[in-house]
Write a protein that binds this ligand. Structure first.
Ligand SMILES: [Zn+2]
Length: 410
């Protein structure tokens, strides 16, 4: 269903026509900018009623939707065009045209899950907070909130419950089979390594357990999940792009109908930093596979890390270059060092009207001339893809813990 109305910006008095496509979510908070002055406008709807508008007032009479009047198309579930009004070509219709009905059904299936799951984000936060503190409370929450029974207070059963809860909540953000394939691969590799040289593998496990590295990085990963669930609204159009074969062929402007770039900069930065540390585990295993010692990197000159400990301090962008013939391949788009550095060093600007992010990746002193651009939706897509890589590597952490619980000789 769509509703059409006209509103007047409270800041500049510009009149805009709006067409809002409704989602199946109970509460629908839209955020966008006045196309004339850029002031933020917030619109709150439910599936059946108009709740409130901030930054603008709705006109009693809806004006004619013509070429002259400013226009916004809005829908929470899809990328939305910035194009001029065309009767009948609603966000929903445009979305169907891009991906077809079958894919739409798959997208909709995940959205329906999110419509329920988003409410559980406080409970998820509690579970993650209690995981390392209060086992009894943790177990009670797992069972009462997510229907996951914790078999015993042993670390392996606590871990199993934790990962069951995560799997239940976050399938909506995943590609089908992604995790099962990752886990199978990790189990196979650890088995092979343990058959070939169990001592070497155990030395690696000993180091990452004794130093607290594995535990710390697990805790850092866990902090991302509630944040991702809370980003569920602007993630919806990014999830849609899983099905859009034409995406990435060209830079097309799509609107995200809620929130903005500033709110998610830190999430992207945090995920990137975690991935950078997760690579330490990938490198340790890579060294075991090729040289039978987790500390031994392929000799490539004076910058070769002397140990895994050394490698941990190597910059993210360089880390991949020390993974010779790697058993684990990281998606090209994930390690976007330029974007990450620009965001980390405040060299990124955001245009609220066009949703275009301009960032300055090169070191150029104060001039900041050479820039790169992407839309907010592309940025949310980056977060999603990075999250998936982080999540996939988090499964490795789970597998290494399981190796420690069940196979490692203490
Ligand atoms: Zn305005």
């Amino acid at each position: 269903m769509n509703i059409n109305f006209s509103f007047k910006c409270k800041t500049c008095n510009e009149i805009t026509n709006a067409r809002v496509g409704l989602s199946n979510r109970d509460v629908q908070p839209f955020k966008f900018s006045c196309q004339s002055c850029g002031s933020p406008i917030e619109l709150n709807l439910t599936q059946t009623s108009f709740e409130s508008i901030n930054g603008a007032e709705v006109l009693e009479e809806t004006l004619e939707f013509d070429e002259k009047t400013s226009f916004v198309d809005l829908h929470l579930d899809f990328p939305v065009s910035f194009a001029k009004y065309q009767m009948g070509l609603t966000p929903f219709m445009r979305a169907i045209q891009r991906i077809g009905f079958e894919n739409y059904a798959a997208h909709n299936h995940r959205l329906n899950a999110l419509n329920q799951l988003y409410r559980l984000s406080p409970e998820l936060r509690q579970i993650i907070n209690q995981y390392s503190k209060n086992i009894e409370l943790f177990s009670r929450l797992c069972e009462s909130k997510f229907g996951v029974k914790v078999k015993s207070t042993s670390p392996q059963d606590i871990n199993a419950a934790l990962y069951m809860v995560i799997a239940k909540v976050f399938f909506a953000f995943a590609m089908p089979n992604d995790n099962a394939e990752a886990v199978e691969k990790y189990s196979k590799i650890t088995m092979q390594l343990s058959e070939k040289n169990k001592n070497a593998l155990d030395n690696f496990i000993k180091e990452i357990i004794d130093t607290g590295f594995l535990k710390n990085i697990q805790e850092d990963c866990l902090e991302i999940y509630p944040k991702l669930l809370e980003a569920e609204l602007p993630m919806r159009p990014a999830l849609f792009l899983d099905f859009d074969a034409n995406y990435q062929k060209e830079l097309v402007a799509f609107r995200v109908s809620t929130d903005d770039f500033q709110m998610y900069k830190d999430l992207y930065k945090d995920i990137s930093e975690i991935m950078s540390r997760q690579l330490v585990l990938v490198a340790g295993i890579n060294n075991l596979i090729h040289r039978g010692n987790h500390n031994e990197f392929k000799e490539i000159g004076k910058h070769t890390p002397a140990s895994l400990h050394d490698y941990a301090d190597v910059a993210f962008g360089l880390k991949i270059s020390f993974l010779d013939d790697s058993w684990y391949v990281i998606d090209d788009g994930v390690a976007d060092n330029q974007l990450r550095n620009s965001i980390a060093h405040y060299k990124a600007e955001y245009d609220d009207i066009t949703q275009l992010i301009t960032y300055f990746p090169r070191k150029e002193g104060i001039k900041q001339e050479k820039s790169e651009q992407m839309y907010f939706i592309d940025f949310m897509r980056k977060i999603l893809i990075s999250y998936r890589e982080m999540h996939r590597l988090h499964q490795l952490i789970k597998c290494l813990f399981n190796y420690y619980f069940f196979i490692y000789k203490k």
